[in-house]
Design a protein around this ligand. Structure first.
Ligand SMILES: N[C@@H](CCC(=O)N[C@@H](CS)C(=O)NCC(=O)O)C(=O)O
Length: 213
């Protein structure tokens, strides 16, 4: 198999890449990176990604890190799916939402996932109330932007899923456990229900380690 994906599926950043690869029905080898055991600090992994972070894609000597870049690369293999539009404006719109994810949505959701999920998983103690308050302020700053987009469109960039949806929806599988403050929003949960109903999403959820699921 030419395509290899190194990922820890319990992390939304690993999950999004695996879910998209499954949705695209790509033939790939899954290499489990156990973050709890420090696989990401091993010299052979650092040789692939000097940041010491997953996910990483490898294909015949080509190495790519940063999850949203990997998503776009995977989508480019199946242009007929519309997962990454070929026209300049459609492509830019999807890219815009993926940059927005990396700048705002992912780091905001990560606060809740770290405080309520990762700390429990790694036995690091109780959530830090100041961090959770900061997370809530940011969440209610950014979630209305996504909410209003999803009130107007079935998916983030129109009527069909793109890699932007895979990117933005992935932290939501922890919505309950991470206590994401979703109560004021209706379109975001409706959209997540649509995403999580995709067979590829369900298949990928099956890779998550039971201790955190
Ligand atoms: N911007 C990151 C995105 C990926 C990322 O943050 N991965 C985290 C998990 S959610 C990771 O692998 N962390 C391992 C560590 O910090 O030791 C990258 O450099 O690729």
């Amino acid at each position: 198999m030419n395509l290899k994906i190194h990922a820890f599926p319990n992390s939304p950043r690993g999950f999004k890449v695996l879910a998209a690869a499954n949705y695209l029905e790509l033939d790939y080898e899954f290499q489990f990176v156990d973050l709890g055991k420090g696989d990401q600090k091993k010299p052979e992994f650092l040789a692939l990604n000097p940041n010491g972070r997953m996910p990483v894609l490898e294909e015949e000597g080509f190495v790519l890190w940063e999850p949203n870049a990997i998503l776009q690369y995977l989508a480019s293999k199946k242009p007929e799916t519309g997962m990454l539009p070929g026209n300049a404006r459609g492509h830019a719109d999807v890219t815009r939402w993926m940059f927005w994810d990396a700048s705002h949505w992912d780091p905001t959701c990560a606060i809740f996932i770290f405080e309520h999920v990762v700390k429990a998983f790694l036995k690091m103690g109780a959530p830090d109330a100041a961090e959770v308050t900061k997370g809530e302020q940011r969440f209610h700053q950014f979630a209305p932007v996504l909410e209003s987009q999803l009130k107007a469109h079935k998916f983030v960039s129109g009527d069909q899923p793109t890699v932007a949806d895979f990117s933005l929806a992935s932290p939501l599988y922890y919505a309950e456990q991470a206590k994401l403050p979703l109560t004021p929003y209706a379109a975001i949960p409706r959209w997540y229900k649509d995403m999580s109903s995709l067979p590829a999403w369900k298949e990928t959820l099956g890779l998550i380690l039971p201790a955190a699921a």
